[in-house]
Design a protein around this ligand. Structure first.
Ligand code: 13P
Ligand code: ZN
Length: 272
């Protein structure tokens, strides 16, 4: 059967639109940020010959639970601002090979490039999220300005950080009842930060990398984007009010009322 034009694929166009929006919001300066998006084989097969592997690239870690899975991912060193207009250079479609440690490139990275340096954190996080939510498909990393600023002035305790963010706008507890996990500064691009992030991802869809940025996961690009957007909005309110005397707040009791109203269960151990 004749293959469809990959440039018309909804998953390519969604990646173009999402990276453009993230850039526009100031979350992804220069090459900052990366996205991985799990694609069903049938969908990829509409556009690509699955037997045609362009290159085999070692990943440097074992992703056995993802063998045979397909991802569209951003390239290392590539700028989010350039994805729309040249997706074939800035994005790639990979399949995790039978050995679990090789990525088979099926499309993209046209200038000889390779997947994001944060692939360990992405794939390990996919494994974690899929273990608690079989519908999860997206892992997204970026450098949102106010969230990043907040990690310089707020204690890096997961419960305290989550509580503060929940207080910053009424719908936070509804959008991320699982809270945000906070990791201390760690060397990025390593398997170690990947393992730590993935461990956090078993409990929450948002993981803060102190002094660096944020990871968000979701079933769709929209859902992961909306999560990051809401966390960053809360951090913005925090930074706008941090030096000021706060005379009003959302109370724990009010958050409990929201939980009932929206049928969500706030992460345990945070509300008094
Ligand atoms: P990449 O260009 O390798 O995706 O890295 C960007 C980044 O944000 C590292 O944390
Ligand atoms: Zn980063």
């Amino acid at each position: 059967m004749k293959k469809k034009d990959i440039f018309t694929a909804p998953f390519v166009q969604e990646m173009e639109d999402t990276t453009a929006n993230m850039y526009r919001l100031g979350w992804d300066e220069r090459n900052g940020g990366n996205i991985s998006y799990l694609l069903p084989e049938e969908e990829v097969a509409e556009y690509l010959d699955l037997h045609e592997v362009i290159r085999r690239i070692p990943t440097g870690f074992d992703a056995k639970p993802l063998i045979g899975k397909y991802f569209i991912v951003t390239g290392t060193g590539k700028y989010f601002k350039n994805v729309k207009g040249d997706p074939e250079t800035n994005l790639g479609i990979i399949r995790i090979a039978e050995d679990g440690t090789t990525a088979e490139l099926l499309w993209g990275f046209a200038d000889g490039g390779r997947f994001t340096s944060e692939l360990p954190a992405h794939l390990m996080s996919h494994i974690s999220r899929l273990s608690v939510d079989p519908e999860n498909r997206v892992v997204m990393h970026c450098h949102p300005t106010n969230l990043l600023a907040m990690t310089y002035v707020h204690p890096l305790d997961t419960n305290e950080f989550t509580h503060t963010l929940w207080q910053m706008s009424t719908e936070c507890v509804v959008v991320f009842p699982d809270g945000v996990e906070v990791l201390p500064w760690m060397l990025c691009g390593t398997n170690a930060i990947g393992e730590a992030t993935a461990e956090c991802m078993t409990r929450a869809r948002s993981v803060v990398w102190a002094l660096h940025g944020l990871y968000g996961a979701g079933k769709t690009l929209d859902e992961a984007f909306g999560l990051v957007e809401t966390v960053e909005k809360a951090a913005t309110i925090y930074m706008l009010t941090a030096g000021l005397k706060r005379i009003n707040t959302i109370t724990d009791d009010q958050m409990k009322q929201l939980a009932v109203r929206f049928s969500i269960t706030p992460r345990a151990g945070i509300l008094k």
